[in-house]
Every structure is written in structure tokens, then in C-alpha cells.
Design a protein around this ligand. Structure first.
Ligand code: PGA
Length: 252
């Protein structure tokens, strides 16, 4: 039985003051005991979040990391070792915004995945197709290709040390959520692909759905057999809404 995980990706939002009130709101939520919860604030606020989360069952993640674990001359980057030291347990790798706006290739994503694992972080590997790719019926090929690079290096067992997040690019920040069945089809395809290589490990891999998850669509999505929780962007900036999404994962 896979434990659900709901992760909040704050992206480039927040000031010290707004983070303070968001954390205040999170501290008032009723967190179910059967769901893992993680927030990924901008790196600047990790310390502030860590200090405020000590009594809450909310773990910390980062939105990206450098592609090497060792210290070095990488101006502007933050290493996974530094993130671990700051209290993070997770890190997103290969988010579509990183792939499209910062030219992160599958090879770079794979190096980040490796560096994160080497530092004891759980990488959350984001995969997903664009609208054009879906319309051209390339979803399986695109998502399969993004996974394959990681599988070639780490196998299914290595992937299972992290988390997969299926995020159709056309659903991110657009309000256009994939229909639950539509998302389930891709999640099932991902799991079947992993199962061909190693069925036992494939059943362990948590596969999250991301893309306009809201309190009012979360339960239907999370009820699908291969959807093991969510990666939530915009709606994670509202503590009550994020709390409601996490509770939906507990009911589903
Ligand atoms: P969204 O973002 O929930 O705002 O669509 C999801 C994500 O980018 O992780």
C-alpha cells in the first residue's frame, strides 16, 4: 500500500511577511496522520519554514538543486548537500518550468537526481507533455523518454527512492486540470512501464499528479488507483486550501 504524499510548490512567491502568515495558517490545519505533506518554498525561506514547522507533520523540500553534491564554483546554485543541511528532505527535479525556461535537459535532470540521492534527499522527478505533444499523441513517448534517462542510470529501485510527479504542461497554472481518468491513464502507463522492468519496485513508486489541483478536484484525482497524491502549485499558497487538498488525499 503506497502512502499518499501531497507537496506544495510555492514557486517564486512570498516575502518574509507573507511566508509568516502562510506558516501561521498551516499551523492551524488539521493534518491527517495517513498522508505525508511537504512544502517547497523558495530557498530563501527554507530556514524560516523550518523554524516554524518543528511541531508540524510538514516536511521541507526545495524547488531545484545544483547538479553536483560537492561544493564548488557554481555561482547562484545551491547544492543538495546544502539543502539537506538546511533541513530539506525532498527536492523537485525537472519541473517543466526548469526544463522550458532554464534549458534543463534530461541529462541535467538525471545529474540532479543523482546528486540529490547521494545527499540523502528524495528527488521528485517531474515529467509531462505539452499540449502540442498530447494532440500529436506523443504523451507516452515524451513521458517515457523523460523517465527512461533515470531508469537507464538507476533502475526502478533507484527511481523508487524518489517520487515521480506527472504534470501535464498544459495543466500547470492554467486552471485546466486533467480529467481524473485522463491522468489515471498516464499514471497507469508509467507504472506499467516500470513494472515491465521490476514489478515489485514499480508497485512501491509514488506517482503524484500535478497541474491545477484544487480543493474541489483533489479527491476525484486522488481516488484514482495509480494517483498517489499531488504536486500543488498555486493552491498551496493558501493554507486552508492546501490543508483541504491534503485532507482529500487522506479520504481518497
Ligand atoms: P499549479 O502548478 O498547481 O499552479 O498548476 C503545479 C506545479 O507547477 O507544480
Amino acid at each position: 500500500m503506497r502512502r499518499p504524499l501531497v507537496a506544495g510548490n510555492w514557486k517564486m512567491h512570498g516575502t518574509r511577511q507573507s511566508v509568516e502568515s502562510l506558516l501561521q495558517g498551516l499551523s492551524q490545519q488539521d493534518w491527517p496522520s495517513d498522508v505525508d505533506v511537504m512544502i517547497a518554498p523558495p530557498a530563501l525561506f527554507i530556514q524560516q519554514c523550518r523554524d516554524a514547522l518543528t511541531d508540524l507533520p510538514v516536511r521541507l523540500g526545495a524547488q531545484s538543486c545544483a547538479y553536483q553534491a560537492e561544493p564548488g564554483a557554481l555561482t547562484g546554485e545551491i547544492s543538495p548537500a546544502q539543502l539537506r543541511d538546511a533541513g530539506c528532505e525532498f527536492v523537485l527535479v525537472g519541473h517543466s518550468e526548469r526544463r522550458s525556461l532554464f534549458a534543463e535537459t534530461d541529462e541535467i535532470v538525471c545529474r540532479k537526481f543523482a546528486a540529490a540521492l547521494a545527499c540523502g534527499l528524495r528527488p521528485v522527478l517531474c515529467v509531462g507533455e505539452t499540449r502540442e505533444q498530447r494532440d500529436a499523441q506523443l504523451t507516452a513517448e515524451v513521458v517515457g523518454g523523460q523517465l527512461q534517462v533515470i531508469l537507464d542510470t538507476f533502475g526502478v529501485g533507484g527511481l523508487a527512492q524518489g517520487v515521480v510527479a506527472y504534470e501535464p504542461v498544459w495543466a500547470i497554472g492554467t486552471g485546466l486540470t486533467a480529467e481524473p481518468e485522463q491522468a489515471q491513464d498516464v499514471h497507469a502507463m508509467i507504472r506499467a512501464r516500470l513494472a515491465m522492468l521490476d514489478d515489485e519496485q514499480a508497485q512501491r513508486v509514488q506517482i503524484l499528479y500535478g497541474g491545477s489541483v484544487k480543493a474541489d478536484n483533489a479527491e476525484a484525482l486522488f481516488s484514482m488507483p495509480d494517483i498517489d497524491g499531488g504536486l500543488v502549485g498555486g493552491a498551496s499558497l493558501n493554507a486552508d486550501e492546501f490543508g483541504a487538498i491534503v485532507r482529500a488525499a487522506g479520504r481518497a
